[in-house]
Write a protein that binds this ligand. Structure first.
Ligand SMILES: [Zn+2]
Length: 146
C-alpha cells in the first residue's frame, strides 16, 4: 500500500511497554514478548511471565501465520474507514494459539471468512507525528490451504 493510500484509523497509544509490538512491522515483523526461560509468549506485554514468573522477556518475531478463532461482519459505518462491510476478527497465532489478536481480515470478501481459516499477517503502516504505527491485519494464507 502506498503512503498516500493509508486510510484513517484510530491508532493505539504507544507506551514504553507496547511500542515494540506496534512498531515491529517497521522491521517486517509481528513480534511478541517471549519468556527467556520457558518460551511462553506474553501478550499483552507484561513485565513477568504468567507461567513461571520469570522476569526476563525478549521481543521475538513470529511467523505471522494464524487462524481465525472467531469473527463478525460489521455493516455499520461507525467511522470514515474502513468501508463497510468489513470483518472484525480474533485470530490465534500459529506459535501459541492462546495468543489472540483483535484485527481485521483483509484481502478477501467478508463472506469468504470462516472460523479456522488460515491467515497471515498483512502489516498496515500508519505514519504519525506521535510515532509511526504498524497495524497487524490479516489476509487469507493460500500457502496454508490444504
Ligand atoms: Zn516463562
Amino acid at each position: 500500500m502506498t503512503e498516500s493510500a493509508v486510510p484513517f484509523r484510530v491508532l493505539p497509544q504507544l507506551t514504553d511497554r507496547n511500542r515494540p509490538f506496534w512498531t515491529g512491522g517497521g522491521a517486517g515483523e509481528l513480534r511478541f514478548l517471549r519468556c527467556d526461560r520457558c518460551g511462553y509468549l506474553v501478550h499483552p506485554p507484561a513485565p513477568i511471565c504468567p507461567r513461571d514468573y520469570h522476569r526476563e522477556l525478549t521481543w521475538t518475531p513470529v511467523s505471522g501465520k494464524a487462524r481465525v478463532a472467531t469473527f463478525t461482519v460489521n455493516h455499520q459505518p461507525w467511522m470514515p474507514y474502513p468501508p463497510v462491510p468489513y470483518v472484525v476478527a480474533i485470530v490465534e497465532i500459529a506459535e501459541q494459539p492462546a495468543v489472540r489478536l483483535m484485527t481485521n481480515i483483509v484481502g478477501c470478501a467478508p463472506d469468504a471468512v470462516r472460523i479456522g481459516m488460515p491467515v497471515r499477517v498483512d502489516i498496515e503502516h500508519h505514519p504519525d507525528p506521535e510515532g509511526d504505527v504498524w497495524l497487524p491485519l490479516f489476509e487469507p494464507d493460500p500457502a496454508a490451504e490444504a
